[in-house]
Ligand binder design. Structure first.
Ligand SMILES: [Zn+2]
Length: 182
C-alpha cells in the first residue's frame, strides 16, 4: 500500500478496526509521516468493467484512485478525501452486487463526488472523461459552477487566494481556448 501523499511504500499501522465487511487500518507513512486509512475487504465476486471499446476488464480501485488523483493534482484536496471518494465508489459498486458495470457509470460517480469536493478538479476530470461536444458546452459548465459558488466543504476553505491555473500552461481563471479535443 503506497502512501497517497508521497507514494512511499512502507507505513506503520496506528490502529485497526473491524468493520462490517473487513478491516479498517489507520496508517502513518514512514517517509512523510502523513496519516491515511486503508480498508481491507474480502473480495466476493469479480466485478467487470465494460469499457468504451466494449472490452471487459476486472474492476480495479487503483484505476479510479489514479483518475481522481490526476484531476486533484495541486488542488487543496487531502489524500484522505481522495481515498474516501474511491472507497465510497467501490463500496457502492460492490454493494450493488452487479457482475458488470459500464466505465461511463464509474466516471459519472467520480464526477458527482468531485463536484462536491473541488470544482477545478471536477472540470479537469470531466474534460478528460467526458467528450465535451465543443468549447461552448464546457464554458457553460464552468459558468454554472461559478454561479453556484464555491463548494461548502471544509477543504474549500483552504483554497489559496491565488488560484492555481485550471490546466498547466493556462492563464489564471481563464478557460484555455486551445482546448485539446480527443
Ligand atoms: Zn508519505
Amino acid at each position: 500500500m503506497k502512501c497517497p501523499h508521497c507514494g512511499y511504500s512502507d507505513s506503520k499501522v496506528l490502529d485497526s478496526r473491524d468493520t462490517a465487511d473487513g478491516i479498517r487500518r489507520r496508517r502513518q507513512c514512514l517517509n512523510c509521516t502523513q496519516r491515511f486509512t486503508t480498508h481491507e475487504k474480502v473480495q466476493r465476486t469479480t466485478l467487470f468493467v465494460i469499457k468504451k471499446d466494449r472490452r471487459r476488464e476486472p474492476f480495479q480501485k487503483d484505476k479510479v484512485l489514479n483518475g481522481i488523483r490526476k484531476a486533484c493534482e495541486k488542488r487543496p484536496i487531502s489524500g484522505h478525501d481522495i481515498e474516501k471518494l474511491a472507497d465510497e465508489i467501490e463500496s457502492e459498486l460492490v454493494a450493488g452486487g452487479r457482475a458488470e458495470v459500464y466505465s461511463s457509470a464509474i466516471g459519472d460517480m467520480v464526477m458527482a463526488g468531485l463536484k462536491t469536493l473541488d470544482h477545478i478538479a471536477y472540470i479537469r476530470f470531466a474534460s478528460i472523461y467526458r467528450d465535451f461536444a465543443d468549447i461552448t458546452r464546457l464554458k457553460q459548465e464552468v459558468d454554472s459552477l461559478a454561479e453556484a459558488g464555491a463548494p461548502a466543504s471544509a477543504s474549500a476553505e483552504a483554497v489559496p487566494s491565488k488560484q492555481l491555473p485550471l490546466l498547466p500552461g493556462a492563464d489564471n481563471g481563464a478557460v484555455k481556448m486551445g482546448w485539446r479535443r480527443r
